[in-house]
Design a protein. Structure first.
Length: 67
């Protein structure tokens, strides 16, 4: 099972935000953004920070895809 963050990238577009803006707002590193770009796993803490910064839930920014 893999993780897709396509919903997050779409949400950023809808909010007229760049990935750099998300880094600042959620206080996460560029490395974390890079991992998410590659579809790699990140911690629940990171997901929580992003959700708090964007005022959304985990379902709004990610989904699991069966391989």
């Amino acid at each position: 099972m893999t993780v897709s963050y396509k919903k997050l990238w779409k949400l950023l577009i809808d909010k007229d935000m760049k990935k750099k803006d998300l880094e600042t707002a959620a206080n996460i590193s560029n490395y974390t953004i890079t991992k998410m770009n590659r579809g790699e796993n990140v911690t629940v803490e990171v997901i929580g920070k992003i959700c708090k910064a964007l005022n959304c839930t985990a379902d709004d920014i990610m989904e699991f895809i069966d391989e």
